[in-house]
Ligand binder design. Structure first.
Ligand code: 4AZ
Length: 245
């Protein structure tokens, strides 16, 4: 996260770290992407975060990736469902969404606590200019390797019209994605934040509105972050999970 602050404990309880290691290896898992808890046994992330040669786990309830924390929950991934129309071109990433079904122990996956909670799927759209929150352990203005502390920042939703301007991203922007941030540059998501949440609040309820997906560099003028448009995928999510309460 560029232009962010160290997250306050419990402020982003749906934030997950997606961690990987080569299949069959005994290496330690390493953070690769963000992810979001939407149901006890279901996590959303970006499709471009998935590598089928990697074994995955999800860590919930943690802020500092550098140490084992008291309220952390580490859960294995049982199934990965990548969107059938996920596609990467040199210009953009389309339908950048994947569902992870978590492994259960004694019939339970993630256990709700002060530091672990699900984020609601959106039931309304938010107007352009709305202030929403991004969070992650990705690159910062000080460290291209990312932050061991979870960081968060406020960004503004940018209209499809502005984002599709030739001076911004032009016609590469479609309905599976939207832009958020600042056209003057500055605050933005970055590498390692991918798959994590862009959440927006209404009447005290937080909604998952976007997933960090792509962008031309980070924090650059006229190159805001591009996010997977979660509303566009509600039917897909419901068809794969059988519906989220
Ligand atoms: C990346 O490389 C990436 N500024 C993620 C987000 C953004 C750019 C790049 C948005 O994963």
């Amino acid at each position: 996260i560029y232009g962010g602050m160290k997250a306050i404990p419990g402020a982003n309880p749906w934030q997950a770290s997606l961690q990987v290691r080569p299949k069959g290896s005994s290496q330690e898992f390493r953070h690769t992407c963000g992810a979001v808890l939407i149901e006890s046994c279901w996590v959303l992330t970006a499709a471009h975060c998935i590598n089928k040669n990697h074994e995955m786990q999800v860590v919930l309830g943690g802020l500092d990736l550098g140490k084992k924390e008291e309220f952390e929950q580490t859960i294995g991934v049982e199934t990965v469902i990548v969107h059938e129309k996920y596609r990467e071109t040199p210009e953009a990433v389309y339908n950048d969404i994947a569902l992870l079904k978590l492994k259960s122990t004694n019939g339970k996956c993630a256990v709700e606590s002060q530091y672990v909670k699900t984020l609601c799927l959106p039931n309304v759209s938010f107007p352009d200019g709305s202030e929403c929150t991004i969070a992650g352990w990705g690159a910062t203005e000080d460290s291209k390797h990312g932050s061991s502390q979870l960081m968060d920042a406020e960004v503004l939703l940018i209209s499809q019209e502005k984002c599709s301007d030739p001076s911004v991203y032009g016609s590469t922007i479609d309905g599976s994605m939207f832009c958020a941030g600042y056209l003057q540059g500055g605050t933005d998501s970055c590498q390692g934040d991918s798959g994590g949440p862009l959440s927006c609040e209404k009447n005290g309820v937080h909604f998952l509105y976007g997933l960090v997906s792509w962008g031309d560099s980070c924090g650059k003028e006229n190159k805001p972050g591009v996010y997977t448009n979660v509303i566009h995928f509600l039917d897909w999510i419901n068809s794969k999970t059988g519906g989220i309460s």
